[in-house]
Ligand binder design. Structure first.
Ligand code: PHB
Length: 362
């Protein structure tokens, strides 16, 4: 029997009902104090038929925030808020990991404690804007982290993992993609450091591996995934040797026997990317490979059948189709995405996308 999207999968000690993963998706709908609330629990519970939900990027420290009303996992209130989310997903038979996030330089002083500069490997300002209480504003110029500050950020990931487990998550995903802090250390456009965290591939990977080791010490390797995006230019980032860099990263992660490696293949905008050997990344990592970026049912099924992926993550289709698994099973049409309601607000465009039955009845 070829592997299909509907083949179950053992992920460490948990069994996934299928290979259809809900990708982490920023929706900017946390409550006061960046605390998840009942609306968020409903949204995730509606999508619990995914084999695995990776909950949205969630800041591990106040400094790790870069956008308005994104949830955190550093306070007791946030941990309690997430508990209601995981309870709702588990009650519906789902599995849920939390994505651990620090935005680094992709931030604005208005999000930072004492309106300080955001932190980054190097003091290089990103091109781009973020949405604040005052609307869109240019990203702030960051300051370079001192070498001796880095262990405290690693410790914050460990504490966030403790909180995530207390909140009932089945595991965590370390967000090392998309131009955020860990990716800023990995890639040479944003890392100009001359200490042990800059220069060689080994040095630029040091922060990622320290975070992964701290997080796995808390959760156990089988409950930890890592997300990378070797070619994604989102957030003004690039590397001069992406294949060699990410081959090195995959090789270093391999012996750590993690739950999975989640790879955004190509550029998130859909812009054409240079040739890149993702099969090499999969082979060097050696564990479960989660493919992501613009997959539909046909491409995902082919990737699984041909052994190019073990799981496939879907983003926009899951926003618009809470019952995406059923729709894939029946080859039913998908609801279109409403772009205007992606970020912020309440129920509209969040928890009111129709199910197949209600679509058919309408
Ligand atoms: C976003 O908020 O646009 C965002 C957040 C996390 C990502 C990518 C995009 O990994």
């Amino acid at each position: 029997m070829p592997t299909t999207l509907f083949s179950p999968l053992q992920l460490g000690s948990i069994t996934l009902n299928n290979r259809i993963v809900m990708a982490p998706l920023t929706r900017s709908r946390a409550g006061d104090g960046n605390v998840p609330h009942a609306l968020n629990a409903l949204y995730y519970a509606q999508r619990a038929s995914a084999g695995l939900i990776i909950a949205e990027a969630t800041q591990v420290t106040p400094e790790g925030q870069g956008y308005i009303t994104t949830p955190g996992i550093h306070s007791d209130e946030q941990t309690a808020g997430w508990k209601a989310v995981t309870d709702a997903v588990h009650a519906n038979g789902g599995r849920i990991f939390l994505q651990l996030w620090h935005v680094g330089r992709i931030s604005h002083t208005s999000f930072q404690p004492h309106a300080a500069a955001p932190v980054a490997p190097s003091a290089i300002q990103a091109e781009g804007k973020t949405y604040t209480r005052d609307g869109f504003v240019p990203l702030s110029k960051p300051r370079a982290l001192d070498t001796d500050e880095i262990p405290s950020i690693v410790a914050a990931y460990a504490q966030a993992t403790r909180n995530a487990l207390e909140a009932g998550f089945d595991g965590v995903e370390v967000h090392a993609a998309n131009g955020y802090l860990i990716d800023q250390f990995l890639r040479d456009k944003t890392n100009h450091r001359t200490d042990q965290y800059g220069g060689s591939f080994e040095n630029r990977s040091r922060f990622l591996l320290a975070v992964v080791d701290a997080v796995t010490t808390v959760a156990g390797a089988s409950r930890v995934g890592v997300r990378i995006s070797p070619q994604n230019a989102f957030n003004d980032i690039s590397d001069s040797q992406p294949q060699a860099l990410f081959n090195h990263v995959a090789e270093q992660l391999a012996p750590r026997k993690l739950a999975y490696l989640h790879v955004i293949e190509g550029d998130m905008s859909g812009a054409p990317a240079a040739p890149f050997d993702y099969a090499a990344i999969k082979q060097l990592f050696g564990g479960l490979y989660m493919a992501n970026n613009g997959y539909d049912k046909a491409r995902a099924s082919a990737a699984l059948a041909e052994g190019r992926a073990d799981l496939v993550a879907f983003g926009k289709p899951f926003i618009a189709n809470p019952d995406l698994v059923t729709r894939f099973l029946l080859d039913a049409p998908l609801n279109p995405l409403q772009a205007a309601t992606l970020y912020g607000g309440s129920h509209p465009g969040y928890t009111d996308y129709p199910l197949l039955q209600s679509t058919a009845a309408a």
